[in-house]
Write a protein that binds this ligand. Structure first.
Ligand code: CU
Ligand code: ZN
Length: 191
């Protein structure tokens, strides 16, 4: 309401330079007060929507939620070929290439070797495998102790990749999980 009356005065007294300044200041203050203080907020939830790479079908939604002891990873995927598939967070949140390769290698800010999700030393991005049932559905729900939403291990803005083959949890640096059949970007979610 105050902003509207401000503009009304401007329309009537177009030449009033001092009023123009006063109203500009008023609008500036109103904007500052309504801006979210992102630097003071801590992120509690993130989400990635996986979409199939070229020639593939797998898709779904993966959420990451901060809990005691780590980050809870919940995946609901569909149209996935039956069996085990490597599942990793990759360095770049870039799904622009048809084969998913633009997402780069496994997210590895701590410069460790590739390993399985329960290993003490691993790539931060090593989420291991997911398993698709006979209907092509994947349901995953576990708490990961290496993932974070702040600091060098933050997964926000990184890529999430589903592979064609199982991750053997030992071959360096990829787990020999083969082609990338789905790609998503991890973004901040509504709580
Ligand atoms: Cu991968
Ligand atoms: Zn890895």
């Amino acid at each position: 309401m105050k902003l509207n009356s401000c503009r009304g005065i401007l329309a009537v007294i177009a030449a009033g330079v001092w009023i123009t300044n006063a109203c500009a200041q008023h609008e500036h203050n109103a904007q500052t007060q309504s801006m979210p203080k992102t630097e003071m907020m801590s992120i509690h939830k993130a989400v990635a929507v996986l979409t199939p790479t070229q020639g593939n079908t797998a898709s779904g939604v993966v959420t990451f939620t901060k809990v005691d002891g780590g980050v809870r990873v919940s995946a609901n995927l569909m149209n996935v070929p039956v069996g085990d598939h490597g599942f990793h967070i990759h360095e770049f949140g870039d799904c622009s290439s048809a084969d998913g390769v633009a997402a780069g290698g496994h997210f590895n800010p701590t410069k460790m070797d590739h390993a399985g999700p329960t290993a003490e030393k691993r790539h931060v991005g090593d989420l291991g495998n997911v398993t698709a049932n006979a209907e092509g559905k994947v349901q995953l729900d576990y708490v990961d102790q290496h993932l974070a939403f702040a600091g060098p291990n933050s997964i926000l803005g990184r890529g999430l990749i589903l592979h064609a083959q199982p991750d053997d949890l030992k071959t360096q640096p990829t787990g020999a999980a083969g082609a990338r059949i789905a790609c998503g970007v991890i973004g901040i979610a509504k709580e």
